[in-house]
Structures are given as structure tokens and as C-alpha cells.
Design a binder for this molecule. Structure first.
Ligand SMILES: [Zn+2]
Length: 306
């Protein structure tokens, strides 16, 4: 329903009471585009996969919704969702790390900032990881690193294509060195995946920064990105102060990185599923495997990916 239709309907049904108006705003009936400030009926915005129909801005999508957009229904089997973060440093800033974890879990309904699992995409067996920016800025702590490392190792041993959707502010500072070492662990696991000639597709969404960019996000055999996503390591101010030079406008966007050869392709969200399926077909040495309820058994008849 467009804004004009909505107002036309509203005129027919008469003016809203003050309570009704307040309820509609509180219920999140409208969503404001972060890029062009246009107001959209929230249900329409969701139907458009959180992409602004006016300016094409790709708003953030949480991990469960992203999964629903991608994976064959009934095929998803989550892995390692029992792993929970500890507070090894007893870290406290304004609030304690333990408190922040509890709040993030309540807010998102997730255990940590990534969902990992096995499933199929139009019958192609995948090992899939999807990061969720709502959980402490999608930061990579020991649980995110462990889940992703185990997912990569499983993809390697079961000869599955690996796909990771990245959205992160970087390493989780509350875990100090334990979060930084996840960069090395995930990268080493990816190297072993590569040595077995297995495919890894990395998808960069808004925003992908810090230690995630500096590790598995940029190590894909194929690196896709959503339009206008912010992708970088450090922020503009830090780089400018270090290099003592002015940086070009938009230097940390998908479009800039594509132009300079850092990524392979920009894919609109509506085309993401079809694009990944096309890539899987191109890299498969056999006919498409039909979708089955048990992805592990579906895989056994499939040949080697390259
Ligand atoms: Zn917009």
C-alpha cells in the first residue's frame, strides 16, 4: 500500500482518535528510510525485503529474516547454537559485559551475533553463516569466531559450499585478545577449506568493518556486496590522521570497492538468492541435487565443487 492509498483509505474511514494515532506510531506502523527519509508502511517495507522503493537503500536485515529470504524452507539445521559467551576478562565499562550480553539476548532472541547451520538452496547443499548487527553491533567475540570456524571445518569435511553473510562492527572489545585471535582462527580454517578446493562465497552487507573485514569477509573466492553498503576496516578519521591525507568521498562503499577491484559484484537483495544459485550451478560439476529433507544425505550424491 502506498502512502497515497493509505491516506485515501484513512479519509474514507474518518479521522483517528489521539489514542489510535499514538498506538500506530508506537506499533512501528511506519518505517523511515535512513537514506532519503521517505516514510513507508512497515509491512510494505518488509515485503520489499527492507529495500527503500524510493531510493533503493538496503536497510539492515536481521539474521532470521535473512535466512528466510535465502534457504529452502524446512531445510535449515542450526549448528552450535548452544555455545554461549563467557566474560573471561570480567569486563565493565558503563555496564558490565555480562549485563550487555543478557540485554542483547533479550532484544534479539539470539544467543550471539551469528547464526550458523546447514541447509539447501534450490537443492544445493550449503554451510551458511549469517551475522546479525543487532547483537552488540555484530561484533566478533569467541562464540562468533568458534561458530564460524566450526562451520568452515564442517563445510570442508562434508564438501559443502560455504556462504557467509557479513554484518559487523568488528572484533568485540569486551573479550580483548580472545576476540582478536578469532581473525586468525577463521582465516586458517578458510585456508584449509581452499586447499581442499572447496568454494567460499562471502557476502558483505551494511556495515562490514573492523576485524571481520580484516579476516573472513575479504577472503571469499567470490566476494559479493549489497549496494551502498559501508565496507572498511577503520573509520575515516582514524585513517586520515594516520596517513595525513584527505580520503575521497564514498571510499568505503561497495561501489568504490568494486571500481577498485576489492569485490567481485554488487547484487541487489531481490536478486541475491538467484545470483547465489547461479554461482552454485556454475561451480557444481554435477546436475542439481534435488531438495531432500536431510541435507547431509542430499550431499552424498554430489560431486566435488571447484
Ligand atoms: Zn530511501
Amino acid at each position: 500500500m502506498s502512502l497515497i492509498d493509505w491516506f485515501a483509505n484513512r479519509r474514507k474511514s474518518g479521522p483517528l482518535s489521539k489514542e489510535q494515532r499514538q498506538r500506530e506510531i508506537a506499533d512501528g506502523l511506519w518505517t523511515k528510510c535512513a537514506e532519503c527519509s521517505a516514510l513507508h508502511y512497515t509491512k510494505d517495507f518488509h515485503r520489499h525485503l527492507h529495500v527503500c522503493p524510493d531510493c533503493g537503500w538496503h536497510d539492515r536485515v536481521n539474521a532470521p529474516e535473512r535466512l528466510a529470504q535465502l534457504i529452502d524452507s524446512q531445510s535449515w539445521v542450526a549448528t552450535d547454537d548452544h555455545l554461549l559467551a563467557n566474560d573471561p576478562l570480567g569486563f565493565t565499562d558503563v555496564r558490565s559485559y555480562r549485563e550487555r550480553l543478557i540485554q542483547a539476548r533479550e532484544k534479539t532472541g539470539l544467543n550471539d551475533a551469528v547464526l550458523t547451520g546447514l541447509g539447501t538452496l534450490e537443492g544445493h547443499p550449503l554451510a551458511l553463516g549469517v551475522m546479525d548487527f543487532r547483537f552488540m553491533g555484530g561484533s566478533m567475540g569467541s562464540v562468533v569466531g568458534e561458530r564460524i570456524t566450526r562451520l568452515i571445518e564442517r563445510a570442508t569435511s562434508e564438501r559443502r559450499t560455504l556462504v557467509l553473510f557479513c554484518a559487523s562492527g568488528g572484533a568485540r572489545m569486551q573479550e580483548g585478545m580472545l576476540s582478536l585471535v578469532q581473525m586468525a582462527r577463521t582465516s586458517a580454517a578458510l585456508q584449509r577449506h581452499r586447499e581442499q578446493r572447496q568454494l567460499y562465497i562471502s557476502v558483505l552487507t551494511h556495515p562490514t568493518t573492523g576485524g571481520v573485514t580484516a579476516s573472513f569477509a575479504m577472503l571469499g573466492d567470490l566476494i559479493l556486496a549489497e549496494p551502498k553498503a559501508t565496507i572498511g576496516f577503520a573509520g575515516r578519521r582514524v585513517i586520515e590522521q594516520t596517513l595525513r591525507q584527505k580520503l575521497p568521498e564514498g571510499f568505503q562503499t561497495s561501489e568504490f570497492l568494486l571500481k577498485h577491484g576489492f569485490i567481485d559484484c554488487i547484487v541487489e537483495r531481490a536478486q541475491m538468492r538467484a545470483t547465489i544459485v547461479r554461482l552454485l550451478k556454475l561451480h557444481s560439476t554435477e546436475e542439481k541435487t534435488p531438495a531432500r529433507s536431510n541435507p547431509a544425505s542430499a550431499y552424498s550424491s554430489r560431486g566435488e565443487s571447484v
